[in-house]
Design a protein around this ligand. Structure first.
Ligand code: 6R9
Length: 645
């Protein structure tokens, strides 16, 4: 089947929702109307999607801006909202998590099961002496216990810090130290392309000498050998499995910190983004219900993210479970054992809502449409995209090949900092354009402005700002509130706007297009990596004097990391051996995902007279473009030397 594109008055290709979809959609025009009438009253209504122990006395307190308080005085338990209340409503037998392991094992976990598991874990955490406000690091592959651990933290008012299982021991250590985590939850190993790879070994290395860590709780996933530190290390199956499945959840303040999640900024040190409870869950729940048109008890939902990223937090754990979802959780990679894996899973479970990243769509395109075409994907009724701009060609392919030419696509723009979706079409309402995130959701306010805060008209590209606070907004950076003010609120301090760090434009129809980062943050397969983080890893190698890193356009991953390094006096250039060492260095310092695609040893780096590395020019070189204006350079001849390589 081919897509049902129309052409609108300005000649644009548009995809209006089908009348049938619109008629049954969760979101109707009344949402926008209500938000336009009274934004805070609108959010007050949305917060009632949740069960609260105490009602709030004020929807928003912005008197201490830019630190917001939402639903002031309200109390609730986040885990109760994600688990218990579905059991109490008689849906305990509904499958919450349909788990598909990489080796092919599967488990169906109902809400009854989830309640028992989360309660057991909560009782174990309490036995370990953890109390509300303590921090717990979670470093795990995509298995149900990872979700259970997060919910057990939420249940006890512990603040979790999930660290992506692909991060190195050193990245884990800095996050453990920054948050002073008392407990680390991990697994013995993880399955990757049919092989059991160690994971606890990285924890052992990370917690060696880490003063805050009292215990390491280990789920046995692969059965590989692990080193054991008596008194500190505990097996999940010897503790959690033996704990009582009864636990009464206690309510916490709406502003109680729920989690810290580290994300790359423009400096080398990752920022610990703080999210709290009531406002966060309200917006995660509202957006999951309306943007994905999720129908509990009918839909089978699958978000392919990892819980190590914010998408996993908001659209695998908190949003979906607050709405009583039945969802697929898959442990492995899309091509293990074959490139058919995602489509086999969609077919096996009857997935109806599929939320993924443009980089994966482009990978599927490269593999060829005969792979998805070999499967019955007729259960799919809605597709979602997140992480980076989706190019129109990938958008059309996604809709035609995976969505049978009919499934609406929601291109959702948001950030770790925003906590939940901010800009997206509403299926059933919005006529979409391939590549555009379209418009802020009802209740959300955004603008595109220039350097002087002047609004931009159609066609001009400027900066995306959020000009009103929103419930799931970050409440700060862990341990560094000055950096919070500085990073997000200083650019438009007078106006009091949040600076998102993305470029954007409106087109002639008023549709919003997000153009990508305007700072030194790269986006590789939807992962945020800062140029300076990679630079400092490279400079950590004894042969390197200086490094400059840029993100260059990449057909599959969006951007690829390209590095230029200058060697120290006397350091020997061993060619491929050196390059391999440098790539390994980045891998151990940060993660394999941060490994440069290309590293070039150069005699000099292009710098402005004030000594700034001219990344724009390096990007031109990396992308094979002609160089523009080089007049501000100290020595324009450096390019001949760089390109001579
Ligand atoms: C959710 C998530 C945030 C950055 C963001 C922007 C880019 C995310 C996008 C998008 C265009 C979309 N981004 N979604 N760009 N269209 N639909 O990805 O959070 O990892 O913090 O990244 O990702 O550049 O600023 P995070």
């Amino acid at each position: 089947m081919t897509s049902t594109a129309d052409t609108n008055a300005t000649g644009s290709e548009i995809y209006p929702p089908s009348p049938a979809f619109a008629a049954a959609a969760n979101a109707g025009p009344e949402l926008q109307a209500a938000a336009d009438t009274d934004r805070l009253a609108f959010w007050d209504t949305q917060a009632r999607r949740l069960d609260w122990a105490t009602e709030w006395t004020q929807v928003l307190d912005w008197s201490d801006a830019p630190v917001a308080k939402w639903f002031v005085g309200g109390t609730l338990n986040v885990a109760y909202n994600c688990v218990d209340r579905h059991v109490l409503a008689g849906n305990g037998d509904r499958v919450a998590i349909a788990f598909e392991g990489e080796p092919g094992d599967s488990r169906a976990i109902t809400y009854n099961d989830l309640l028992a598991e989360v309660s057991r874990a909560a009782n174990t955490f309490t036995d370990l002496g953890l109390v509300a406000g303590d921090r717990v690091a979670i470093y795990m592959p995509m298995i149900p216990e990872a979700i259970v651990a997060m919910l057990a933290c939420a249940r006890l008012g512990l603040t979790h810090s999930v660290v992506f299982g692909g991060f190195s021991a050193s990245a884990l250590r800095s996050r453990i130290d920054d948050a002073a985590a008392k407990l680390v939850v991990t697994t013995d190993g993880q399955w990757r392309r049919g092989q059991a790879a160690p994971l606890k070994a990285a924890v052992d290395e990370a917690v060696d000498g880490a003063e805050s860590v009292e215990h390491v709780l280990v789920v046995k996933r692969t059965g590989i050998d692990v080193d054991w530190t008596g008194g500190r290390d505990l097996w999940w199956h010897e503790t959690v499995d033996k704990a009582s499945p009864e636990h009464t959840a206690q309510a916490f303040d709406a502003e109680h910190p729920l989690f810290i999640l580290y994300t790359s900024g423009t400096t080398g040190k990752p920022k610990g983004i703080i999210h709290t409870s009531g406002g966060y869950l309200t917006q995660a729940s509202y957006t999951h219900h309306n943007v994905f048109d999720h129908k509990p008890g009918e839909d089978v939902y699958w978000c392919t993210a990892d819980i190590g990223w914010v998408t996993g937090h908001s659209y695998i754990v908190y949003g979906p479970l607050s709405n009583g979802v039945t969802q697929v959780v898959y442990e492995g990679t899309p091509n293990s054992p074959t490139e058919h894996r995602h489509f086999e899973i969609i077919e096996k479970y009857g997935v109806s809502i599929y939320y993924t990243a443009p980089t994966l769509v482009r990978t599927f395109m490269k593999w060829g449409r005969e792979i998805p075409d070999a499967h019955d994907l007729s259960s799919i009724r809605l597709l979602g995209s997140v992480g980076e701009p989706i190019n129109p060609e990938a958008w059309r392919w996604f809709r035609d090949v995976i969505g049978a030419g009919t499934a609406p696509i929601v291109d959702t723009w948001w950030q770790t900092e925003t906590g939940a979706i901010m800009i997206s079409p509403l299926p059933g309402i919005t006529a979409t354009k391939p590549g555009s995130a379209m418009a802020p959701l009802p209740g959300i306010s955004a603008r595109i402005v220039d350097d002087e805060a002047r609004p931009l008209g159609a066609g001009g590209s400027g900066y995306l700002v959020l000009d009103e606070p929103w419930p799931s907004m970050l409440r700060g950076i862990w341990g560094d509130m000055d950096r919070y003010r500085d990073t997000y609120w200083s650019r438009y301090a007078e106006e009091g706007w949040y600076f998102a760090g993305d470029g954007a434009k409106y087109d002639e129809d008023g549709a919003l297009w997000v153009l990508g980062r305007v700072d030194d943050v790269m986006n590789v397969s939807g992962h945020r990596i800062s140029t300076s983080e990679v630079e400092s890893a490279l400079v950590g190698h004894q042969a390197v004097a200086e490094a400059a890193v840029v993100g260059a356009a990449d057909e599959t991953t969006g951007q690829g990391i390209v590095a230029f390094v200058i060697l120290r006096e006397g350091a020997e250039n061993t060619g491929d051996t050196l390059i391999a060492e440098l790539r390994a260095q980045v891998s151990t310092e940060i993660s394999p995902i941060a490994k440069p695609r290309q590293i070039t040893v150069v005699p000099e780096l292009p710098k402005t007279r004030s000594g700034k590395i001219m990344r724009r020019l390096l990007r031109d070189i990396a992308e094979g473009r002609d160089l523009g204006d080089t007049s501000t350079l100290v020595d324009p001849k450096v390019f001949d030397a760089i390109r001579g390589k």
